[in-house]
Design a protein around this ligand. Structure first.
Ligand code: URP
Ligand code: ZN
Ligand code: ZN
Length: 503
């Protein structure tokens, strides 16, 4: 309280245009104890008692970005070492790009099985190291009964309410019966299953075919994973989910319009099928894999970037609601790194490298919001919906995250430059805060960039005064509830348990 007895805020943001998933309106934001306390008429808090005042000068003020598909310090599937960013550098990069919450993966150790042990090990990597708030999904590669038995405690005690499975990658690929067992256990425990849908067997066969013809350069990564590989696996995942009494699934990093159409069809039929896409499928094409020398390796991710026509279809899927969320799938490997670099597969025998051994994945946690915001292809409300609000609902963080609801929401904000002060940048890797030696978006123009990032009321990114002004350790683990998007578990409850006799 101030001397007059009125409230003293910790932070006031005045003169901003607040954007939610449903509205765009001028409000001042009053923040106290890490929470949004009030949204007040524009300018009305300009003179309020506050420890800090930010004049947004007419810039957009949004709920902080939420990126629920992030790989940090994960063992490489392509040799020794780990993905490039750890919890410190990855989350530092997140706040510099306007993201205030991430959900990263806790990989199960295939031999040990225990999901709780995987969670504990990942907590050790993250604790005290994060610049933004964070949660975990379990990455399940061995769905034995003892591992699946951990799901109950994960949800009830640990605040982990999602898992990811793979239909590809030799080390991770599940067979259909394993997928069914996982889906059933997830259904019983109200855990959302994220599915990487590519047909791993077909991919292996095509890769062998290409290698037999000595077609091994990075550009052939796209030939080894044509769209049908993705649409077939997507269709199969939807079929398996439907078989287990409509168990909710989320198709991650969708790149193929055929897969998107199948998803939309399932949604239209009322199946609990959600989807995610990523900036690489909006801004890169398969031509990026054909850069001179071995540079194409910098854009090797799975599924691969596709064509410009496909990009247009993916943008349309964001606008029409097929995709609930737009995440980064930040999974960086350095280009030059003796242990786990994208270039390590270049050898005397294969001077052009072999795409089969290029670690898959791209950096993108920091560029996600600026790239998509600058493209101006989504309504502002849709932008907030797919980059923040829906992620919060889908992964059980709403309304604490993903909204600016007085009394309910954490004061996590992304504040953009106003018109006339937009920085209009050319992206270079040197300006980013990840621990990676390249960005696939080098040289691309972006019209705007988050000016401030606020985490639970604390300014952690101030682009004009110091850049990163938060500290590692500011970020806290967030326990998540179950998904609230589309009342997904309510529908499951109403449907009753899976009954094999009813098939
Ligand atoms: O190429 C990709 N997407 N790498 C990240 C791991 C994954 O499958 O999400
Ligand atoms: Zn994946
Ligand atoms: Zn991923």
């Amino acid at each position: 309280m101030s001397i007059s007895g009125s409230i003293e805020y910790d932070l006031v943001v005045t003169n901003g245009i607040c954007v939610s998933a449903s509205d765009v309106a001028a409000y001042d934001v009053g923040i106290k104890d890490g929470k949004v306390l009030v949204l007040a008429p524009s300018g009305s808090l300009a003179e309020a008692a506050t420890r800090r005042l930010i004049d947004a000068e007419g810039g957009y003020v949004m709920p902080g970005g939420i990126d629920c598909h992030v790989h940090l310090q994960e063992p490489s599937l392509f040799g020794d070492g780990c993905s490039a960013d750890n919890y410190e550098t990855g989350t530092r990069s997140a706040i510099a790009g306007g993201t205030t919450t991430i959900v990263a993966f806790a990989p199960q150790q295939k031999q040990h099985g225990s999901l709780l042990a995987a969670l504990e090990a990942t907590h050790r990597l993250a604790a005290g190291n994060c610049y933004c708030d964070y949660g975990f999904h379990l990455l399940v590669s061995n769905p034995c009964s003892s591992a699946l038995a951990d799901l109950q405690r994960l949800r009830a005690d640990e605040g982990v309410t999602s898992l990811k499975i793979y239909m590809t990658y030799e080390a991770l690929q599940l067979r259909d019966d394993q997928i069914l067992s996982t889906l059933l256990a997830a259904r019983q425990n109200h855990i959302l299953t994220m599915v990487h849908a590519e047909n791993g067997d077909v991919l292996r066969w095509l890769t062998d075919q290409l290698e037999a013809r000595n077609l091994v350069a990075p550009k052939y990564h796209a030939n080894s994973r044509p769209p049908v590989l993705e649409s077939e696996a997507t269709n199969r995942a939807i079929a398996l989910s439907s078989l287990v009494a409509d168990t909710p699934i989320l198709l991650v990093h969708v790149s193929d319009p055929g897969a998107a159409s199948r998803i939309r069809e399932a949604q239209t039929q009322g199946q609990p099928v959600f989807a995610e896409t990523c900036p690489q499928y909006l801004f890169l094409t398969r031509d990026s894999l054909d850069a001179p020398g071995f540079e194409g390796a910098k854009c090797v991710c799975s599924p691969p970037p596709r064509t410009e026509a496909d990009q247009r279809a993916i943008w349309a899927g964001l606008r029409n609601g097929t995709f609930a969320v737009l995440s980064s799938d930040h999974c960086p490997f350095r280009f030059d790194d003796d242990v786990s670099g994208k270039k390590t597969c270049v050898s005397a025998t294969y001077p052009v490298g072999r795409f089969r051994y290029i670690p898959n994945g791209l950096p993108g946690i920091e560029t996600r919001l600026p790239l998509v915001f600058s493209a101006r292809k989504l309504e502002l409300t849709k932008f907030v919906e797919v980059t923040s609000t829906n992620a919060a609902k889908l992964y059980g963080l709403y309304p604490r995250k993903g909204a600016l609801l007085p009394g309910l929401s954490d004061a996590d904000l992304t504040i953009w430059y106003p018109q006339g002060k937009e920085p209009n940048l050319v992206l270079t890797n040197a300006m980013l805060h990840h621990d990676v030696d390249y960005t696939p978006y080098e040289g691309r123009r972006v019209a705007n960039w988050p000016r401030y990032t606020v985490l639970r009321g604390k300014v952690v990114w101030d682009r004009d005064r110091g850049g990163i002004v938060g500290q590692k350790g500011d970020g806290q683990f967030v326990k998540r509830g179950t998904s609230s998007l589309a009342n997904v578990w309510g529908v499951v409850e109403e449907a009753g348990p899976f009954d094999v006799e009813a098939l």
